[in-house]
Design a protein around this ligand. Structure first.
Ligand code: SAH
Length: 223
């Protein structure tokens, strides 16, 4: 099956799975996911699955990328911050829908490769830097939308909430303890209103953890 045929099959699957926003579907169609994968996974680019990208990290599953993008309720003038650039795929999808994206990654080697990909694909509305995304992007605050692609604790990092504009939406995988005391992750949609933070728990997810602290030059072996 050709790449184009696989891509069409994936888009049809996303439609059936509740992605109704045609702007999101066409962004998924436009961004070549194969360009964001290590070479030995190219043949799996249009499967609906998360895949390893090195440094113990993963590129998210297309359905999760599409759902999070749809739930962000993006407008063309929105200023968007992503925490966890990873492969750069989610940022590239977002870049089709808004004027400008800022994205932060703590693994410098991943960031370098992601930036090379943006350049190769002539995507010029993404500003990417290495750092601790849990501190947000001081100086570029007042973001209309934020997307965390690594799982935070029970609540999102407070600095991020400060940098979210009033009326702004954040999509974040958070750690939730259910009524039986079992801990897991859920995608949570947060909206900053005059009366505080509205919080809607959406669906269970499995993201790598958000690791606070300085950007890493190399992989730190886990003990
Ligand atoms: N959005 C990515 C998926 C990234 S996986 C994609 O489309 O491919 C999550 C990423 O978050 C990993 O690359 C991990 O290194 C990064 N990360 C974890 N903690 C972070 C932090 N505090 N600041 C910035 N990036 C972080």
């Amino acid at each position: 099956m050709s790449i184009e045929a696989r891509k069409i099959r994936l888009v049809m699957h996303l439609r059936k799975s509740g992605i109704t926003d045609t702007r999101v579907l066409s962004a998924i169609e436009r961004v070549p996911r194969e360009a964001f994968l290590p070479e030995h996974f190219l043949h799996r680019a249009y499967e609906d699955s998360a895949l390893p990208i090195g440094h113990g990290q993963t590129i998210s599953q297309p359905l999760v990328v599409a759902k999070m993008t749809q739930e962000l309720e993006l407008g063309p003038t929105h200023r968007v911050l992503e925490v966890g650039t990873g492969s750069g795929y989610q940022a590239a999808v977002l870049s089709c829908l808004v004027a400008r994206i800022w994205t932060i990654e703590r693994h410098k080697p991943l960031l370098k490769v992601a930036k090379e990909r943006f350049q190769a694909l002539a995507i010029d509305n993404i500003t990417a830097r290495a750092g601790d995304g849990s501190l947000g992007w001081p100086g570029q605050d007042n973001f209309d939308r934020m997307i965390l692609t690594a799982a935070a604790g029970e609540d999102p990092p407070p600095e991020l909430l400060k940098q979210l504009a009033l009326g702004g939406i954040m999509m974040a995988p958070l750690t939730i303890t259910d009524e039986n005391g079992v801990r897991g992750q859920k995608l949570v949609k947060l909206r900053k209103t005059r009366n505080g933070l509205e919080r809607e728990e959406m669906w269970p997810v499995k993201f790598v953890p958000l690791v606070p602290g300085e950007a890493q030059a190399e992989e730190v072996p886990s003990l």
